[in-house]
Design a protein around this ligand. Structure first.
Ligand SMILES: *[C@@H]1O[C@H](CO)[C@@H](O)[C@H](O)[C@H]1NC(C)=O
Length: 147
């Protein structure tokens, strides 16, 4: 092998070892989006891969704004925000919110792309649901993960 080529490859490897894990342009999820970091099992993988594991029976909820979502706001929606939830308690104990909601880093923000239980918005004194099939694949910027 050409020595210069080997040199370039080695430099590339060392550079990656030092920098690849912080090469994600999005803000720190744990600091900026997670309301209760102390009850979250959080870890970071390569690039923008994260693991945000919560207990299902603490009812974790993701908050979004209609203005920062590809999901159109229904005319009767009362508020600026909507929500997505995890399965009802009893089926599984822990859930990785990152993979469950298909979270991706885009344009310096974290976006959900999957809503296996659909999304909810306030209507009158209760909530209305938009089914998962209607919202699948549409990006919504995560405002807060709370419970
Ligand atoms: C996420 O973290 C939890 C808790 O540490 C672990 O059990 C689970 O396997 C992880 N999931 C992935 C996709 O790595």
């Amino acid at each position: 092998m050409n020595n210069f080529f080997l040199f370039v490859v080695l430099i590339g490897l060392f550079h990656c070892e030092a920098g690849c894990y912080d090469s994600c342009p999005c803000p720190d999820m744990l600091d900026t989006l997670i309301e209760s970091p102390e009850t979250t099992l959080y870890s970071e993988g390569a690039g923008c891969i994260r693991n945000v594991t919560c207990q299902v029976d603490s009812y974790p909820v993701i908050h979004f704004m209609w203005t920062e979502s590809e999901i159109p706001k229904p005319d009767e929606a009362d508020d600026d925000y909507f929500l997505a939830t995890v399965p009802a308690p009893g089926i599984i104990e822990y859930i990785d919110m990152f993979s469950y909601f298909g979270v991706v880093c885009e344009n310096d923000g974290w976006y959900a792309t999957k809503y296996p239980n659909g999304v909810y918005y306030e209507y009158g004194l209760g909530f209305r649901t938009i089914g998962p099939d209607e919202v699948e694949g549409k990006r919504s910027k995560i405002v807060l993960i709370s419970w």
